[in-house]
Design a protein around this ligand. Structure first.
Ligand SMILES: Cc1cc2nc3c(=O)[nH]c(=O)nc-3n(C[C@H](O)[C@H](O)[C@H](O)COP(=O)(O)O)c2cc1C
Length: 299
């Protein structure tokens, strides 16, 4: 079975505090006999050294500028042709922005824009940077350009704050890449999977409804992983604001009854994973907005 073993990985390291974690990643990938070539941004050189990366990867480390020797040996186009995938870990907010804008004004951005390979981004940054509208907009664009994302996770951040923006663990990165190569082999393409996610909304009248606090995140993550593994995956989801890859088949519903019907239409499936928090009470729907007193009597 196709796996991560012996793959050629072009690793780009940008200048975030989590850059040190990529040293362990390189060690693990080397144990799997991967061949790794690395490019460092100028900022990344403040966090990790070319010397440690060359020693661990037993391969060349490229600097982020055009260089006659580099171009002679392996130019910006050949480098992406050589690789099986491009992995950018960590990906800074700055690099996300540059990629989202299609920059091609240094070695890394030119390699990426000339690439014909799948590109995995592993964002890592402070929670406020991650939540900035500009970053969110960049993420949305990059999803639509087919970049693949690993993380970020939530938790204690290196800056001392807590929230979303933590770089995914080395284990998680390896697992995602492993699944990617399994999917390329198409082993699960004939297996149908149904995943349900999110809350449902049961309308009482045109403006009032009963629902719950389900975010839907768990179901979306499961669906994305199954899709990455090559399963023929359909997500049936209640109302959420979660982004999803455009290759994922998504059926959006509102009420529990709609969710039931959407799921029944998809049967038979090989696997069903039901994470949706379906509201277990359906009030009788009134076409006119109810008076407060009527509502109180209902409750
Ligand atoms: C100590 C320190 C830690 C930083 N950590 C991060 C980080 O985790 N994520 C991030 O997006 N930027 C971080 N930055 C800011 C980037 O280094 C800065 O935006 C830089 O311009 C990124 O350049 P690059 O994208 O070319 O690597 C950090 C800066 C400093 C000084």
């Amino acid at each position: 079975m196709e796996s991560l073993d012996k793959k050629k990985i072009l690793l780009i390291i940008s200048g975030g505090i989590s850059a040190y974690k990529t040293l362990d990643l390189i060690r693990n990938l080397k144990k799997r006999e991967c061949e790794i070539k690395t490019i460092l941004t100028e900022s990344a050189k403040e966090f990790v050294t070319s010397l440690s990366i060359t020693s661990l990867s037993q391969n060349k480390v490229y600097e982020n500028h055009f260089d006659v020797n580099n171009e002679l040996e392996m130019d910006h186009i050949t480098l992406s042709r050589w690789s099986d995938i491009i992995l950018i870990a960590p990906t800074t907010a700055n690099l996300l922005s540059r990629l989202a804008n299609g920059s091609a004004d240094d070695f890394i951005s030119t390699v990426v824009s000339a690439s014909n390979k799948d590109i995995f981004l592993v964002p890592a940054m402070n929670v406020e940077m991650w939540n900035k509208p500009a970053t969110k907009e960049n993420i949305k664009k990059l999803h639509s350009y087919n970049y693949k994302f690993i993380g970020p996770d939530s938790g204690d951040l290196a800056c001392g704050e807590v929230g979303e923006g933590k770089m995914s663990s080395i284990n998680e990165i390896e697992k995602t890449l492993e699944l990617y190569f399994i999917k390329k082999n198409n082993s699960f393409k004939n297996k149908k999977v149904l995943v349900t996610a999110g809350p449902t909304k049961e309308y009482i009248d045109p403006i009032r409804y009963i629902s719950n606090e389900s975010s839907g995140k768990q179901g979306y993550e499961i669906a994305k992983k199954l899709l990455d593994a090559g399963f023929d995956t359909t997500l049936v989801t209640g109302p959420t604001n979660i982004n999803y890859p455009k290759e994922l088949k998504v059926i959006k519903v509102i009420a529990a009854e709609e969710m039931l019907q959407a799921c029944q239409k998809l049967l038979p499936v090989n696997i069903a994973i039901c994470t949706a928090a379906v509201v277990d009470f359906s009030p009788e729907y009134k076409k006119e907005k109810l008076k407060k007193i009527t509502l109180l009597i209902m409750i």
